[in-house]
Design a binder for this molecule. Structure first.
Ligand code: BG6
Length: 483
């Protein structure tokens, strides 16, 4: 990392939590291994629990790769126990930091985001002097609806500048997500067909096979819509549908993404009933493993109405996408883990081989496979060899694993690296966050009024029947989950 000039420190609030141990510190160790981390970097962990430098280091050892780099970084890692809501810990932090550049990473429950930024600013810790930096990195969830997201943005931006704020959406740390922009804007032929004249519809799916497990307390106040849609799925939507940016400058890209989200047609109360489906999983098996009904998950209210699945249909009012539906779905305990974007093209305009078996040809599909399989599939029709004319779809497929040596990564490496380099491209700006919430707010409102049936679905399936009906109504069907 070519950061310094001056010594830099990453201060992690919530240093004893899972995010820090499983993802942030291993990502820092991986960056170090790749030669992308300054040897001068210090890490200060803050959390409520009593402890000292060595106890923090030992707790981080469990998931950190055992490399020399980690051993070096480990020695530069220290602990500061304290209550995030009180001024004292910030005074001690100030003494430790001195004039260092610093990034404050808020890996804490969301109720602390506002107060930590306030206390940092009160202590003068967010002031940037002489070309140095002071940055604040904020995890999700950013708000729990439009109003609270706006309030949090206002609170934070009354103390620091937008240029100092890095709002994380970990989907943007995925190579396959970053690749969407390169694939779209690096390939001329794609642009030619990337519009309502050639595209029939687009599906964005983020399916998970696991249930809620031990996350009941968090999930039951959140639900699938809040947990995945305004953030992760809106990022995928904006990347697949945005206009070409005229540079790869962070602000230019973020402008285009925000513009696209603002063009999503506001769902009316009627549409919130007809174009959004919610479901909750019952007890059942996924991949031979029994999972309890969501309502019987520890820390979940047995009478809960929280959804574990959501599907919706959105329209994007731009010249490019007029009339093209975007179907989104996400859920837990489904048939397979599968995050993908499927672009279905319109059928060929004219059936060349009338009254033969190839009079009705299946439409072409381009599939961006985000995870767990990472790649791109382009469906292509070919003639099956033989005397009769028979067209069959085959895939021109690209798999990252076959083409590149991809080392195991946590998904946070690029985000941390970019943040330290001051590149905000992969971070959400205030207006993007609010535009994402604005899309889902009418659905949250409708569900809060008790509208929209909450359908139970069987684990290991593709979700509620109402979701199939939502897309079948338009004469279409979901792409099968799993590969
Ligand atoms: C998180 C959600 O933001 O994303 C989780 O809170 C979800 O509920 C996770 O499981 C999915 O991320 P990934 O990278 O595993 O697809």
């Amino acid at each position: 990392m070519t950061v310094p000039g001056r010594p830099a420190t990453i201060v992690i609030f919530g240093a004893t939590g899972d995010l820090t141990r499983r993802l942030l510190v291993p990502a820092l160790a991986n960056l170090c291994f790749d030669g992308l981390l300054s040897e001068e970097l210090n890490v200060i962990g803050i959390a409520l629990r009593d402890g000292d430098d060595e106890s923090l280091r030992v707790s981080l050892d469990e998931f950190a790769p055992q490399t020399q780099c980690w051993q070096r970084l480990r020695q530069r890692t220290s602990y500061l126990p304290g209550d995030f809501t009180l001024g004292t810990v910030y005074e001690r932090l100030k003494q430790r930091l001195g004039e260092d550049d610093a990034a404050f990473y808020l890996a804490t429950p969301p109720q602390f985001f506002g107060v930590i930024v306030d206390r940092l600013a009160d202590a003068g810790l967010t002031e940037e002097h002489d070309g140095g930096f002071r940055r604040v990195v904020i995890e999700k969830p950013f708000g729990h609806d439009l109003e609270s997201a706006r309030a949090l943005n206002q609170r934070i931006l009354s103390r620091v500048n937008e240029s100092q704020v890095y709002r994380i959406d970990h989907f943007l740390g995925k190579e396959t997500v970053q690749n969407i922009l390169v694939a779209r804007f690096g390939n001329a032929w794609l642009e030619a067909v990337w519009n309502h004249r050639y595209v029939d519809h687009i599906q964005i799916s983020a399916a998970e096979a696991i249930g809620i497990g031990t996350r009941g307390a968090f999930y039951d106040t959140t639900g699938a819509l809040r947990d995945m849609v305004p953030n992760h799925l809106m990022q995928l939507l904006s990347m697949i549908a945005m206009e070409p940016p005229n540079s790869f400058d962070a602000e230019v890209i973020r402008d285009e993404k925000a513009k696209l989200l603002r063009a999503v047609r506001r769902i009316t109360p009627d549409e919130a009933r007809s174009d959004a489906v919610r479901g909750m999983y019952a007890a059942g098996q996924v991949n031979g493993q029994m999972i309890p009904a969501y309502r019987e998950t520890p820390h979940v209210d047995p009478n809960t109405a929280t959804e574990t699945y959501v599907a919706l249909k959105l329209m994007v009012d731009t010249w490019r996408w007029t009339g093209v539906p975007f179907y989104l779905r996400t859920g837990k305990a489904l048939a397979a883990r599968d995050t993908e974007i499927v672009v279905t093209f319109k059928p060929v305009p004219y059936a060349t081989f009338r009254e033969t078996p190839v009079a009705h040809l299946p439409a072409n599909q381009l599939v961006f496979q985000i995870q767990p399989h990472e790649g791109i599939d382009l469906g292509f029709l070919v003639k099956r060899p033989g005397p009769q004319v028979e067209a069959v779809p085959v895939a021109l497929d690209f798999a990252y694993a076959e083409k590149f040596a991809v080392a195991h990564r946590t998904g946070y490496e690029t985000l941390l690296y970019d943040m330290m380099m001051g590149d905000q491209t992969l971070f959400q700006r205030a207006d993007q966050i609010e535009a994402g919430w604005a899309v889902v707010q009418p659905i949250l409102d409708a569900w809060a009024r008790g509208e929209g049936v909450l359908e139970e679905y069987t684990p290991g399936t593709s979700g509620p029947r109402a979701a199939d009906a939502l897309i079948a109504r338009d004469g279409r069907q979901w792409h099968a989950l799993g590969r």
